[in-house]
Write a protein that binds this ligand. Structure first.
Ligand SMILES: *[C@@H]1O[C@H](CO)[C@@H](O)[C@H](O)[C@H]1NC(C)=O
Ligand SMILES: *[C@@H]1O[C@H](CO)[C@@H](O)[C@H](O)[C@H]1NC(C)=O
Ligand SMILES: *[C@@H]1O[C@H](CO)[C@@H](O)[C@H](O)[C@H]1NC(C)=O
Ligand SMILES: *[C@@H]1O[C@H](CO)[C@@H](O)[C@H](O)[C@H]1NC(C)=O
Length: 362
C-alpha cells in the first residue's frame, strides 16, 4: 500500500493547492463524498490485522492477485468497497486501526472480520457498537480538522455502507441449546442495536445509507465442508425471514427520519445465483473454495500461511474461475460482479437508491 499512500498524499496536496487557497486550508471540494464502512469480513480492509484473533487475511495468498502482498482483506484481491471506491474515483478507504491514520476526510473503514451486531458474537472483534464508538472519535477529529460546519457537511454528504448481522446469525445457528424464545429475543436484540446505530449516524448528519442483506450461509464451502454434503445446508427460510425483516425495518426507519435515503442490495440472491449457476456468470466452480483444505477446501482458516509457504493448504491456479476464494469469502472476480450490482445494478437487485446515485448526488 506504500504506493497508494504516496499517491494519496500527493493527490491531496495537489487538490489543496489547486482548488483551495491558503485561507480555506482543510476544506473539501464541493463534490467531495466521504465513504464510511461498517461491518464484517466481507468489508474488512485490514482492521483485524491489529487485533488478536483469527480470521485476519495477513498472509499470502490473501491479497496476492491485486496488492501482491496481504493487506488483511479476506480475498485474493479487492473487496466490494475497493471496487466502489474505484467506480467513485476515490482512494481505497483505510482501516481505522491502521497506525498513523488520522486524516479521515476521505472516510474510514471500521469493518472487522467475524464481527456482529452483538458483542458476544465473536469476542475480540470490533462489534457494531465498538465501530460506532470509533466513529464518534472520527467525528471529533473531523470537527477539529475542518470546524463544526464543514465536518457536518462532510458527514451529511458521505456514504455509509454496512454488512453486518451474518455472524450473529451463524453464532445463533451454531448454538444448539438456543430455545425458540431465545432465538426470537436474539433477533430482536440484533435489529434493536442495529437501529440504534443507524440513528446515531443519522444524528451526526448521515443521510445516504447502503445495506446488503445476509448471504446464503448454507451454500458457503465452509458449510458444505462441515456437513460433507454437495447441497446447501441450513434452513434458507430463516435467512429469508431475516432479510425481509431488514427490508421492513429500513422502510420503518425511513418513515421516522426525514431525508434518510437507503440502498438495499440483494446480496443473498446475487451470490446464491453465482454459487448455484456459476457458469452463467463466467465461473468454472461455485462450490469449492480456491484456497484452503478439506472437503470443498472448506475448513475455516485453512487458507494462507506466514511467509507464503504453501503447506497444509491448496491454492487453485486461477482464482477468477472460482466464486469462493476461501471457505467463507468470495474471490475478487465475484466481488467485482457484486460491486458492480451495488453500484448501478437493476432496481430489483439494489434499491430504491444505488451507490452511483449516492456518490453523484450533491
Ligand atoms: C494483543 O496481544 C498482545 C500480546 O499479548 C498485547 O500486547 C496487545 O495489547 C494485544 N492487542 C489487542 C488489541 O488486544
Ligand atoms: C460451533 O460451535 C462449536 C462448539 O462450541 C465450535 O467448536 C465451532 O467452532 C463453532 N462453529 C462456528 C462456525 O462458530
Ligand atoms: C442491544 O443488545 C444488548 C445485548 O448486547 C441488549 O441487552 C439490548 O437490549 C439491545 N438493545 C436493543 C435496543 O435492542
Ligand atoms: C518465516 O519463516 C522463517 C523460517 O521458517 C521463520 O523463522 C520466520 O519467523 C517466518 N516469518 C514469519 C513472519 O512468519
Amino acid at each position: 500500500m506504500l504506493h497508494m499512500d504516496n499517491f494519496s498524499s500527493l493527490f491531496l496536496s495537489f487538490c489543496t493547492i489547486l482548488l483551495l487557497p491558503a485561507s480555506s486550508h482543510g476544506k473539501q471540494p464541493e463534490n467531495h463524498v466521504a465513504f464510511f464502512i461498517f461491518g464484517d469480513s466481507l468489508l474488512d480492509s485490514g482492521n483485524n490485522v491489529y487485533l488478536n484473533g483469527t480470521g485476519k487475511g495477513d498472509s499470502l495468498p490473501y491479497g496476492e492477485t491485486f496488492f501482491k502482498h496481504p493487506t488483511g482483506r479476506l480475498c485474493n484481491g479487492r473487496i466490494v468497497p475497493d471496487y466502489i471506491s474505484e467506480y467513485a474515483k476515490i482512494l481505497f478507504i483505510k482501516p481505522y486501526l491502521e497506525p498513523g491514520f488520522t486524516d479521515y476526510t476521505n472516510g474510514v473503514n471500521f469493518a472487522s472480520a467475524g464481527a456482529g451486531v452483538l458483542p458476544g458474537t465473536h469476542p475480540g472483534t470490533l462489534y457494531f457498537k465498538l465501530q460506532l464508538n470509533y466513529f464518534e472519535e472520527v467525528v471529533k477529529g473531523l470537527k477539529q480538522q475542518l470546524g463544526d460546519a464543514d465536518a457536518h457537511k462532510l458527514l451529511s454528504k458521505a456514504v455509509y455502507t454496512f454488512s453486518i448481522r451474518g455472524n450473529d446469525y451463524i453464532t445463533l445457528q451454531n448454538n444448539t441449546k438456543a430455545t425458540a424464545s431465545f432465538r426470537k429475543l436474539y433477533m430482536i436484540m440484533i435489529l434493536g442495536n442495529f437501529t440504534v446505530g443507524i440513528k446515531q449516524l443519522y444524528a451526526h448528519g448521515g443521510r445516504k445509507f447502503a445495506f446488503q442483506n445476509i448471504g446464503l450461509i448454507g451454500c458457503m464451502p465452509a458449510t458444505r465442508a462441515s456437513s460433507r454434503s454437495e447441497g446447501c445446508l441450513h434452513d434458507p427460510t430463516v435467512i429469508a425471514k431475516m432479510n425481509i425483516g431488514l427490508s421492513r425495518l429500513l422502510k420503518r426507519i425511513k418513515q421516522g427520519l426525514p431525508g434518510f435515503k437507503y440502498a438495499l442490495f440483494d446480496y443473498y440472491t446475487s451470490l446464491t445465483m453465482r454459487t448455484l449457476h456459476s457458469s452463467q456468470f463466467g465461473f468454472k466452480d461455485g462450490k469449492s473454495a480456491c484456497c484452503g483444505s478439506g472437503p470443498f477446501n472448506g475448513l475455516l482458516f485453512s487458507c494462507g500461511k506466514k511467509n507464503g509457504t504453501a503447506s497444509g493448504f491448496t491454492l487453485c491456479r486461477d482464482s477468477s474461475e472460482y466464486v469462493w476464494f476461501d471457505a467463507a469469502h468470495p474471490t475478487e472476480m465475484a466481488n467485482q460482479q457484486l460491486a458492480s450490482l451495488l453500484w448501478d445494478g437493476p432496481s430489483h437487485t439494489v434499491g430504491p437508491y444505488n451507490l452511483k446515485m449516492f456518490f453523484e448526488m450533491a
